[in-house]
Design a protein around this ligand. Structure first.
Ligand code: C2E
Ligand code: CA
Ligand code: CA
Length: 757
């Protein structure tokens, strides 16, 4: 029996040693104090071992010394452990242990001094189980020692009681278990002491406590805690969570899950069927899968994403399946709304240009059996509608046009708003009814209450031939065909054809040839004489001509408008100004008093600083500014009038003579004339041609001449073709004349010959 205990002691010492070592190596903070505790438990166990195995007083003494003093070490390390293990706030400082440590040291000294004074204990030989055993006989010293140890133990137990009380339920288990073992070991020892049972085996209890501490402090993990925390977390997340066991029975569902399947019972029995009813089969298939499901219709339509996760253990045995169901209806609707906003025009609700083009492109590629037309719809007088009746009425007009297009489309056409007042339509060729549409457009008007205004809507049509062509190009062509309509009030529809196509090609061709034409002087000025009342040539107007290597002689009417459209007119004019200066330089001796008038296109004002440009050229050639007259058409003065006045003023300040060209053909009133900083008024005879009433026309011209005379502006009449006109205008007081009656525009050499006569 006794040998059995010796084995137990040896086993415990080994176990304590091992756990102490393991705890020391542990990464946990508590590891060091666990290690110390288990290490400290070894000496008392050793002491007991020695006592149990001793056959002499001396060895028994040695065993008891080790046991008692070792117990101080045990309690010291127990307090240290408790201090760390039961502390809830690491910043707290404990003063009590310090005093205890001192007491332990003092007690150990006191016990050791027993060798000299014999005040603590002695040993008496007795027979236990028919074998000799050395029992301790306690005196005052040992009683003090026991008092100290017991009160420390009681203190530790108290701390454990308080801590386990304070701790959440899940943690309690480990505290309570340690507490109970500690109390049991203490009691066990107490029983030996107070009942004076000869052989004390209570160290076994303490050693077991040490091993339990090792397990609970370092390895025990409260699974229920994890369980609860995870359950808590999943209950609160915004996804519905369903967990199924390997047999496909629902074992758990969170709050959102309940809401989702609309089942407020506590039973889990129907969950599987309810999920199936909502989403169909999401159970079969692979371990990890995502499903997208929609439920309901119209207003009630909802969108779900479902994530299936199957859990398997190390040997890939099925543990269960979890489903996370997320209702992304809100996000979906938000995206849809954004998409709508991006693809639809806010005002009319029609497709935006980009979306229209993309949709048409798709249709053309998909349906190659049908011939399609591309229609460019333009409200010609929209600016006027907007200016006169206001933006609100303008918006209304746009909506009316949009509605009209929608109505005609009958779901078969693709249509959208291209820009401000232009719309685009793609329709099957067979659905175009030109007569009907013309009739509709002829009496098309916006009404708003009592207000009514006729809308002038033009439609350019292009027939799709090649579906690979960019839709924007198709619309460009449809748009180009509108130029065909021009001022014809009866037609509203134009169809793109070869003529327009050729015109476009022509424009492109001459545009690419322009630089070369300027460089080689294919483009050059022709001069048309300007004469005074005596018929004497006083100057000339430089008019552009293009002597083209293939097309021959080209009048400005064929190319000037093209370059005005694309802005290249600046190049032409700059060239003309230079040529005029060159000519003036060459005239310094032969025709010193002669001036040349040059034209300035309205577009020049957009693209360059005409004053510094022309002044620069004049300076470069050393030409006197008054010799180069500046012709500005009155339409220039229609926009940015203050800025234009400033420019004309500047020209005059620099010594140029400014002529107002084509006066009377535009909108300017005679009233405006008095504020115009011009020196010469060029009256356009052409505007008189239309009127049959000669007398009335003459009156107008006479009035203009008189008025300009009063304002100190010289008058020049152009387009004089007959002697009669010349005579009449002279009598009216006109000072200068230009026209076929005197001469047509001619090459510079011819002009020089004529002027020298
Ligand atoms: P414009 O500046 O009004 O030039 C006068 C036009 O009237 C010239 O036509 C001239 O040939 C024509 N003309 C002169 N006398 C008579 C006449 O008795 N009867 C008729 N029926 N016509 C007459 P052209 O040379 O064909 O020029 C047409 C227009 O092209 C010019 O009108 C001008 O606006 C523009 N243009 C010509 N050269 C240039 C240029 O170098 N630069 C700019 N920007 N425009 C130019
Ligand atoms: Ca002119
Ligand atoms: Ca003119």
């Amino acid at each position: 029996m006794r040998t059995a205990f010796l084995y137990v002691y040896v086993f415990l010492m080994l176990a304590l040693g091992t756990t102490s070592f393991m705890a020391y190596r542990s990464h946990k903070k508590i590891g060091k104090s666990v290690s110390l505790l288990n290490f400290a438990l070894i000496p008392p166990v050793l002491g007991n071992f020695i006592v149990t195995s001793s056959t002499s007083y001396l060895w028994a003494f040695v065993g008891y010394y080790i046991y008692f003093i070792g117990m101080n070490g045990v309690l010291f390390s127990l307090i240290r452990f408790t201090e760390r293990y039961c502390k809830n706030d690491s910043s707290q400082k404990h003063i009590a242990p310090r005093i205890m440590y001192v007491l332990f040291v003092l007690d150990s000294i006191q016990l050791a001094l027993n060798t000299y004074f014999g005040h603590a204990f002695s040993v008496e030989g007795i027979t236990v189980e028919r074998m000799p055993y050395f029992r301790v006989v306690p005196y005052i010293g040992l009683t003090l020692h026991r008092l100290l140890d017991y009160s420390s133990l009681a203190g530790v137990i108290l701390i454990f009681v308080l801590t386990s009380y304070r701790m959440p339920r899940v943690y309690k288990a480990s505290y309570v278990t340690m507490l109970c073992t500690m109390a049991a070991a203490g009691l066990w020892q107490g029983v030996y002491i107070f009942l004076r049972i000869p052989v004390d085996r209570s160290m076994i209890g303490l050693a077991i406590f040490g091993l339990l501490v090792f397990f609970f402090a370092l390895y025990y993990y409260p699974f229920r805690l994890l369980d609860r925390m995870l359950t808590g977390l999943t209950s609160e997340i915004s996804e519905a969570v369903f967990v199924f066991d390997p047999n496909g029975n629902c074992i758990w569902i969170n709050k959102i899950g309940r809401l989702l399947i609309n089942d407020d019972s506590t039973s889990l029995e129907n969950v599987k069927d309810e999920l199936f009813d909502m989403f169909g089969d999401i159970m079969s298939g692979s371990d990890k899968e995502n499903f997208i499901r929609t439920t309901g219709e119209g207003e009630n339509e909802r969108f779900f994403s479902i994530e299936k996760n199957t859990l398997r253990d190390d040997r890939s045995k099925l543990l269960g399946t979890a489903y996370r169901v997320y209702d992304y209806t809100q996000e979906h609707l938000a995206v849809k709304k954004q998409m709508y906003a991006a693809t639809h025009d806010a005002l009319t609700g029609l497709y935006t240009k980009e979306h229209l083009f993309a949709t048409i492109n798709e249709r053309l590629i998909r349906d190659t059996d049908t011939s399609y037309l591309i229609a460019f719809v333009d409200i010609k007088n929209f600016k006027i509608v907007n200016d006169i009746f206001g933006k609100e009425f303008g918006d209304k007009a746009l909506c009316i046009v949009a509605d009209k297009i929608k109505e005609n489309a009958r779901g078969k056409f693709i249509y959208g708003r291209i820009a401000g007042d232009t719309f685009g339509v793609c329709l099957p060729k067979q659905d175009l009814d030109i007569e009907k549409t013309e009739a509709e457009l002829a009496r098309f008007a916006v009404k708003d209450g009592s207000l009514e205004y006729g809308l002038l809507v033009h439609i350019g049509i292009y027939e799709v031939k090649d579906v690979d062509m960019e839709v924007s190009v198709m619309f460009d062509r449809a748009h180009l065909s509108l130029s065909r309509i021009k001022d014809n009030y009866k037609t509203h529809i134009a169809i793109y054809d070869d003529e327009i196509r050729n015109d476009v090609m022509w424009r492109q061709r001459i545009s690419t040839q322009l630089n070369e034409a300027i460089r080689t002087k294919q483009i050059r000025p022709y001069l048309q004489p300007i004469v005074d009342r005596d018929g004497k040539i006083v100057g000339a107007e430089a008019l552009a001509r293009w002597i083209h290597p293939e097309n021959g002689f080209m009048s400005p009417a064929s190319f000037i408008p093209v370059f005005e459209d694309n802005g290249m007119i600046v190049e032409v004019d700059r060239h003309m100004w230079r040529c005029a200066c060159e000519t003036l330089v060459s005239w310094r001796d032969k025709l010193p008093d002669m001036f040349i008038s040059v034209n300035i296109s309205p577009k020049d004002f957009y693209f360059t600083d005409v004053v510094s440009e022309i002044n620069g050229i004049v300076n470069e050639y050393g030409v006197e500014p008054s010799k180069l007259r500046i012709e500005i058409t009155e339409t220039v003065m229609m926009t940015d009038i203050d800025e234009k006045m400033r420019i004309l003023e500047e020209f005059r300040r620099l010594g140029f003579i400014v002529e107002m060209d084509d006066f009377g053909s535009g909108y300017s009133s005679l009233n405006m004339l008095k504020d115009m900083p011009v020196d010469v008024l060029k009256i356009d005879m052409k505007f008189l041609e239309k009127s049959k009433d000669d007398e009335k026309a003459q009156k107008i011209v006479k009035n203009i001449i008189n008025l300009s005379e009063d304002l100190g502006i010289a008058s020049l009449t152009e387009g004089v073709e007959t002697e009669d006109q010349y005579g009449a205008l002279s009598r009216m007081g006109c000072e200068l004349f230009q026209g076929y009656y005197f001469a047509k525009p001619m090459a510079v050499d011819d002009f020089e010959a004529m002027a020298a006569r």
